[in-house]
Design a protein around this ligand. Structure first.
Ligand SMILES: C[S@@+](CC[C@H](N)C(=O)[O-])C[C@H]1O[C@@H](n2cnc3c(N)ncnc32)[C@H](O)[C@@H]1O
Length: 294
């Protein structure tokens, strides 16, 4: 059993804290206490080595070396049917962009992991570029440990474009031509990033929108499975896991973020945590009510 961060009120308030393991510490220390092959999904977004408040920039070789150590531990704790989702953007060096998924791809392959999708996460808000096009996507590399893996498509289907469409000829004439549960969401996901007017915004500069992780949790894990985030920030991955009856493990090196994560989990348990619902249409100022459902 992992120790909790000191002085955490959340343990008492949480009640079901056997479903959460959280610690304010370095992730190699945290992972060292996690049993081999016990985790179904590792989902995370590491620092991009671009000098954010919570990181120090290092030479790229050192960055890759440090990432490799964490990835090796993640592979060790991953169950044979499990998945790793590494969400990254670009490192920027003297105005040149270096896509981190390209940089890290071989590290995962070296461990025998198999890339199933490179998901493009597209969002509309961010810095406006003046010397290059504004960056409006990041990627999620979804790897599985083996050839047999958990993948539940039905819980993440999205509405079909023409839900009532039927075959008009042939032996299936008159039957629905698409799945009544909806269609596969594809590998380009349009989900708002957490900027200042987002309902989930905390003081973390780059937190996951919970709905992004909900999709991964629902499709790549089953109820009671363990979801682990070794760079958990304010605990968005744990929130997504708990929302769907999974267990959430995570750590962050910044005490303050772990405090916020604990508060969010408390709020979730008390039914007062607000998250943007999965599949809510993107706000469109040109449509009545922004195109949102009433
Ligand atoms: C991109 S942010 C992740 C944010 C997170 N996805 C969320 O929704 O809040 C990366 C996080 O990694 C943390 N971090 C950096 N180095 C770490 C380490 N060695 N061990 C644990 N956490 C670390 C930082 O403090 C930062 O919060």
């Amino acid at each position: 059993m992992l120790a909790s961060a000191p002085n955490r009120q959340w343990q008492n308030a949480l009640g079901s804290h056997d479903r959460v393991k959280m610690l304010a510490c370095d992730n190699l220390r945290f992972l060292g206490d996690v049993a081999d092959e016990s985790v179904q999904l590792v989902v995370t977004s590491p620092p991009y080595n671009i000098g954010k408040a919570y990181e120090k920039s290092t030479p790229l070789e050192q960055y890759v070396r440090e990432q490799s150590q964490v990835i090796e531990e993640c592979v060790r704790v991953l169950s044979p049917r499990g998945s790793i989702c590494w969400q990254v953007g670009n490192h920027v060096l003297d105005g040149e962009i270096i896509p981190l998924d390209i940089l890290l791809f071989d590290v995962f392959r070296k461990h025998g992991l198999k890339l199933r999708n490179r998901i493009i996460w597209h969002f509309e808000h961010g810095l406006h570029g003046s010397k290059r096009l504004s960056g409006r996507y990041e990627t999620i590399m979804w790897f599985t440990k083996g050839g047999e893996y958990t993948f539940n498509l039905d819980p993440i289907r999205v509405p079909s474009k023409y839900p009532g469409k039927k075959y008009y000829k042939g032996p299936k004439r008159g039957q629905l031509s698409c799945n009544p549960l909806g269609k596969n969401p594809g590998d380009v996901w349009v989900i708002p990033n957490v900027k200042f007017n987002h309902v989930e915004k905390t003081q973390h500069p780059c937190q996951f929108p919970v709905e992004l992780i909900e999709r991964l949790v629902l499709s790549l894990t089953n109820v009671d499975d363990i979801v682990l985030d070794p760079y958990m920030g304010v605990g968005s991955s744990l929130v997504a896991a708990l929302l769907h009856g999974r267990k959430g493990y995570g750590c962050d090196i910044v005490d303050e973020y772990v405090e916020i994560a604990a508060k969010r989990i408390d709020d979730l348990n008390s039914g007062v945590l607000r998250t943007r619902p999965m599949n809510r249409p993107i706000y469109d100022p040109t449509r009545p009510n922004g195109g949102q459902k009433a």
